[in-house]
Ligand binder design. Structure first.
Ligand code: SAM
Ligand code: SF4
Length: 478
């Protein structure tokens, strides 16, 4: 494979673990060969015991075809999500900082050979203006997105992160900044980590080598499959405990990509004692100057299945569903195991202050499916019985990576996650909520409080909710 990088800079665990013939073999013969009822139920039982699945086990779920078995997969995913995460959904927004790019990814509006793309990099004052608008909408968590370009080195990314944290408007502040950018070397990750980033996300896009080569010209930095595959491992070695992986669904067979993601998660778990913090599963969307011919579209039904199967395969990894998907489908898929969504998103550079209602494809990476405001999404979540959360406590208290105790400590969710979700939701309602959303929020908060056991912790929580409503006290977390 042609390489544009110094192999000495790979991680200690660097290996192309995507054994394509084994993965393809597990799916071979499908649909004629499908996993039997007994095997599927055995795997579901293991998943419900919250044990991460091996790729062979995930393959059994992927090849199940009988409608009743598929229903059992959905039921199990719903149950696991409810038992593990409860009804919390964490909210965030993307902030595109720069779309200059030296890569030429076939599917992306920012690719270097797209003459229609209007290129822009936000200046520090422009970043501050975007963050001001985001804080005024009620956001507390952002993901900064960058093209790959010499201008966007680690120092630049770190400076952008610091700029975001510096903005405080009224009660508004951004408390966790995640990053989605090109894979870095160890020193680069150390630089961005020092700026206080949360998760560093790198999507492999496709785990299928030929498809990867077809989409990413080898003469470009992204053309190096192993450098990218190894990116999250280097990040962990450099101290970025929380890494996010992902695949761009629609480039190749969705079942194969799910196996690739599970193999990647297991590889990190095996070598670092910690799996990815999050998995993303964007579906290919129309983009400026992009011809989607040759793509392998994933139907809505298959998309729901892949989310449910991922939930069951990696019980401790957060699943991120983005606004690429239309609102109605997002609502459907939430129940199968999604833990984070973006809302009120704009992906044009400068889009939070400058864009009109219409999306202008030349200014963005791809077309969004859900352009509702944060408040509209909050209102729907609350009315559907979800508990929207802006909590950032674990990351700020150092509860990250292998030290991330959310699932290890009995009662952690009851004692930490739910109370923190309730305080951050109350902050949102008091500072930014529309009257309708406030009403739906008050109802849900009462329901949640009713389920919490009486005791010292509940008393502290009730006191904090009062303090938020009656004073300027904010950011009170367990
Ligand atoms: N430039 C960096 C990179 O490629 O790693 C940062 C990420 S890119 C701006 C964010 C992600 O958007 C990509 O990793 C890819 O999965 C996704 N993406 C690109 N084009 C897309 C499209 N047409 N539809 C949906 N998602 C797309
Ligand atoms: Fe550049 Fe990322 Fe788009 Fe590829 S996906 S062209 S690397 S911005």
């Amino acid at each position: 494979m042609a390489s544009t990088v110094d192999r000495n800079q790979l991680s200690g665990s660097a290996v192309d673990f995507v054994d394509e013939s084994t993965l393809a073999g597990l799916l071979a013969g499908f649909p004629a060969k499908e996993a039997g009822r007994g095997r599927v139920r055995e795997v579901l039982a293991k998943a419900l015991a919250r044990q991460p699945l091996r790729v062979e086990e995930t393959a059994a779920l992927l090849t199940a075809r009988q409608p009743e078995l598929i229903d059992e997969i959905y039921d199990a995913a719903r149950r696991l999500k409810q038992d593990t995460y409860g009804n919390r959904i964490v909210l965030f927004a993307p902030l595109y900082v720069g779309n200059r790019c030296v890569n030429d990814c076939r599917y992306c509006g920012f690719r270097s050979s797209n003459p229609q793309a209007s290129r822009r990099t936000l200046a520090p004052a422009e970043i501050r203006a975007q963050v001001t608008a985001l804080e005024n909408a009620g956001h507390k968590r952002l993901i900064l997105v960058f093209g790959e370009h010499p201008q966007y080195g680690p120092e630049f990314i770190a400076e952008s992160v610091r700029e975001v944290y510096s903005v405080r408007v009224g009660h508004g502040e951004i408390r966790r900044v995640n990053v989605n950018a090109a894979p870095l070397d160890h020193v680069g990750y150390e630089v961005v980590k020092a700026a206080g980033i949360g998760t560093y996300q790198i999507f492999q896009e496709t785990y299928h080598h030929d498809t990867y080569a077809r989409c990413h010209p080898r003469k470009t930095p992204k053309g190096d499959f192993l450098w990218r595959l190894d990116g999250p491992a280097r990040a962990i070695e450099a101290g970025c405990d929380d890494v996010g992986i992902g695949a761009l669904f629609g480039l190749y067979d969705w079942r194969f990509e799910v196996l690739g993601l599970v193999a990647h998660a297991n590889h990190l778990q095996k070598h670092y004692g910690v799996g990815p913090h999050t998995i993303s599963f964007p579906r290919l969307r129309p983009a400026s100057g992009v011809d989607l011919g040759g793509a392998t579209p994933v139907s809505d039904d298959d998309f729901k299945r892949l989310v449910a199967i991922l939930r069951l395969s990696v019980p401790y990894t957060g699943l991120i569903l983005t606004a690429r998907e239309p609102a109605a489908l997002r609502r459907d898929v939430l129940a199968f195991g999604v833990s984070q969504i973006d809302a009120g998103s704009r992906i044009e550079l400068g889009g939070y202050t400058e864009a009109g209602d219409a999306q202008v494809l030349e200014r963005e990476q791809f077309q969004l499916g859900d352009v509702r405001s944060l408040d509209e999404v909050m209102g729907e979540l609350l009315r559907d019985g979800y508990l929207p959360s802006f909590c950032t406590a674990c990351y700020r208290l150092g509860r990250t990576g292998e030290h991330f105790m959310e699932f290890a400590i009995p009662g952690f969710i009851r004692d930490f996650c739910t109370p923190n979700a309730l305080t951050t939701l109350t902050e949102y309602l008091v500072d930014y909520g529309s009257p309708d959303t406030q009403q739906a929020g008050r109802r849900l908060i009462q329901q949640e409080l009713d389920t919490l056991p009486e005791g010292a912790r509940k008393s502290i929580l009730l006191e904090r909710l009062c303090q938020i409503k009656q004073s300027d006290m904010r950011d009170l977390y367990f």
